[in-house]
Design a protein around this ligand. Structure first.
Ligand code: GLA
Length: 726
């Protein structure tokens, strides 16, 4: 039993293999948080302390007891107006404009299996996860008729606990939800660090760690998508936690829209971390009988450092969030036309790419932007998803066939959420774009955003995507989204505060239908590279283009940061031309290959510009990749160095059973007088002998872990593959 209710202590405990989470239904009906940490069978109420503290309110139910205040007690679901002045998870406004509602425990239920969420992505359990359970705790407020159902899902073997909340209006008047967070963790002490992942277009998910100090530290996105600027993930750590030791707690949002994540240290040196929907342009009215569900937060805990935490998150996302055949199958190795040709191609050129791809051993050609409408630049035609036959010299069906005739499969790029003003779609439906009436819209990359909060527009978008996929044997779809939402105004919404949330459920609805109708089509998410790299999208698209920056050296940091929360199987990464088109940097083909194969691997260059020697090197690289692909996709990931402070970035994929490991090392800035560097592998079996395949040398595992491998001074990158031979 993962979830246990103890009627003597009135506690509910959720156990995973290595952690426990505990709450208390206290004497006044408040749901207090007691514990989240290393597995324990005890009642952990020693974390509660009571004292008469000035300027802290006392709930009426506590009578004259001035030592009882929600202002300092740890809570499961803090709400505004209860006397807790820290960040609330729920802010409610009633029909007469009154804010706040005091919520009390009503009942709870423990169910077998993990809950799912209607219209929203969520971690799932399978039949084999027979220990997965759900806890639903219902809190109520009599005056407004508000009911909050707190959902907790547990996958014990994955050390995962998830949270989401459903607010139901059981009253007789409307209410408005002005804030809704999904998860909150209160700690009655305050000596922690916080890690977040910031960035920008072409430089996403850079880790940043700081000591949490007094006040509220907030990250989030107001952009209508999860954003390049902050990833919806954060990690709280003990001050001395490292990769291999110490406690850490993570929160990851299973949502692709705006979010708000807060970490605070209060007046009594207590810590609160919280994650949920962004408040910006959000106010969701609920009529009597209606409900609103928050997206899910995935939480994990490790007492053995960040490495274990990442292993937990990778496994959860790879095996219990990603779906479809590509969850477990090898991904097609693709050649993408974007950095090969940008907008400048013909159908003949694409067929040529296919021929070259075939000769190199590549599986698929992806036709990126520029194939539709009158799209020869980024000023027009988004929304007109029919082939530019003049440019292609044939129909789309014929082009697909030509590519297939070369022995490679075909994939295509679409940006279905967008509309250009210069498009037939916009001329026919100017009101389909999100824009404020009477004001000129904000343009970004010369485009506007379609109002997916309207079901009829979501249906039309779905139909147009199906129409493209039905043109032939299309095996891959790159789903792009190249701008943020500035105007959350829908001309059909009954309340504008619903638009951003409804946009997202509209988008998820389209993706769900596509997944069902085209189970064999691999969808890769993209948003100007990695602007929507989140667990929400990974439910529908098992891989996401990680960044528009394909420079292998810059990618070291981007992929390092990404690895804290996301598995390599999710990381879209390609070898591109040299010098790099964005940075002008020159990097060896070997290094570019090692970096790209630590993700989904593919190419983003014109093979006809390569020398015969480079082509031969690529063939050999592809052969290596085919050998290691399964290990990279399913192995445990180890960050062996921190590229922010080390001259070498090194990482490792190790089979869970320790039978093999692949160690990758890249010098960050190669200079002539580099020193030799030692790289110490982890995750190997002890007392066995491993053989490294390139040099054929044998190593005792213990010595290898202690002594390390030498990256010689003249070497700018290396791959070492070890197989256990005893
Ligand atoms: C975005 C993507 C790129 C490419 C272009 C096409 O920037 O991230 O990979 O598809 O759009 O316009």
């Amino acid at each position: 039993m993962a979830i246990i209710f103890d009627s003597l202590s009135n506690t509910i405990t959720i156990h995973t293999d290595h952690s426990s989470y505990q709450m208390l239904i206290d004497r006044y009906g408040y749901l207090l948080h007691l514990y989240y940490g290393q597995r324990s069978e005890l009642i952990m109420d020693q974390s509660l302390s009571y004292a008469d503290r000035g300027f802290s309110g006392n709930p009426y139910a506590a009578g004259l007891d001035r030592t009882y205040s929600l202002d300092f007690l740890p809570q499961e679901f803090p709400v505004q107006g209860s006397g807790d002045f820290r960040s609330p998870m729920l802010v409610i406004r009633d029909h007469s404009g009154v804010y706040g509602c005091d919520l009390h425990y009503d009942h709870h239920e423990i169910r077998e299996g993990k809950y799912s969420l209607e219209k929203l992505p969520a971690v799932y359990a399978e039949a084999k996860d027979d220990d997965a359970q759900t806890l639903a705790v219902t809190l109520t407020n009599e005056r407004t008729g508000i009911e909050a159902t707190l959902l907790y899902g547990v996958l014990p073997h994955l050390d995962m606990i998830t949270r989401a909340v459903t607010i139901t209006n059981r009253g007789t008047n409307s209410v408005t939800v002005c804030r809704l967070a999904s998860a909150c963790l209160d700690f009655t002490d305050g000596d922690y660090d916080l890690m977040t992942f910031y960035g920008r277009h072409t430089m996403e998910r850079i880790p940043e760690r700081r000591a949490l100090s007094h006040g509220e530290f907030t990250i989030g996105s107001r952009r209508g998508y999860s954003s390049h600027q902050f990833n919806p993930m954060m990690i709280l750590l003990d001050r001395d936690t490292s990769e291999t030791s110490g406690r850490c707690w993570s929160m990851q949002f299973v949502y692709s829209g705006g979010f708000r994540a807060v970490a605070s240290l209060d007046q009594y040196d207590q810590t609160r971390v919280q994650m949920g929907l962004s408040d910006e342009k959000f106010s969701y009215p609920l009529q009597p009988g209606e409900e609103l569900t928050s997206p899910e937060v995935i939480m994990s805990f490790s007492s053995t450092g960040l490495e274990t935490l990442s292993h937990n998150l990778h496994k959860c996302i790879r095996t219990h969030l990603c779906r479809g055949i590509y969850r477990d199958a090898s991904r097609p190795l693709l050649l993408n036309s974007w950095e090969a040709c940008y907008f400048d191609f013909t159908g003949e050129k694409i067929a040529e790419l296919a021929k070259d791809a075939r000769s190199l051993g590549i599986d698929m050609v992806v036709l990126d932007d520029g194939w539709f409408g009158r799209r020869n630049d980024d000023f027009r035609s988004l929304g007109d998803w029919y082939a530019n036959e003049e440019k292609l010299g044939c129909t789309l069906s014929e082009l697909i066939q030509k590519v297939n005739d070369q022995g490679v499969s075909f994939g295509i790029w679409l940006e279905p959420e967008m509309i250009s003003e210069d498009s037939d779609l916009y001329r026919a439906h100017p009101d389909w774009a999100l824009a404020i009436p009477g004001e000129k819209p904000v343009r970004a990359r010369n485009q506007l955003v379609l109002d997916l909060s309207r079901p009829e527009i979501a249906d039309a978008v779905y139909a147009s995507v199906c129409h493209v996929l039905d043109q032939g044997n299309v095996r891959y779809l790159k789903w792009d989204c190249n701008r943020s939402i500035c105007e959350a105004f829908s001309c059909h919404a009954d309340d504008q505060g619903k638009v951003l949330y409804d946009y997202m459920t509209g988008l998820y609805g389209i993706l769900e239908r596509l997944n069902n109708r085209y189970p064999d089509v691999l969808i890769e998410g993209c948003s100007g590279g990695g602007g929507r790299f989140d667990a929400g999208m990974l439910y529908y698209t098992p891989q996401i283009w990680c960044s528009d920056n394909t420079d292998a050296t810059d990618r070291l940091m981007i992929q390092y940061g990404t690895s804290f929360g996301y598995p390599a199987s999710a990381v879209g990464a390609h070898v591109s031309a040299c010098p790099n088109h964005l940075t002008g940097r020159i990097t060896s083909l070997k290094t570019r290959g090692i970096v790209a194969m630590s993700g989904t691997y593919g190419f983003e260059l014109d093979p006809s510009l390569l020398s015969e020697e480079e082509k031969e090197d690529i063939r050999m690289q592809i052969a290596d990749y085919r050998r290691f692909e399964n290990l990279i996709r399913t192995g445990l990931y180890y960050r062996l160095t921190d590229p922010a402070i080390s001259s070498v970035c090194a990482w490792e994929f190790a089979a869970e059973d320790g039978s093999e490991a692949l160690i990758c090392a890249v010098r960050i800035n190669k200079i002539d007088q580099d020193s030799a560097v030692k790289i110490r592998p982890r995750g190997l079996l002890s007392d066995v002998v491993y053989k490294e395949s390139a040099a054929g040398r044998e190593y005792e595992a213990g010595r290898l872990a202690e002594e390390g491998l030498l990256l010689s001074a003249d070497c700018d990158s290396a791959l070492y593959h070890f197989t256990c031979i005893t």
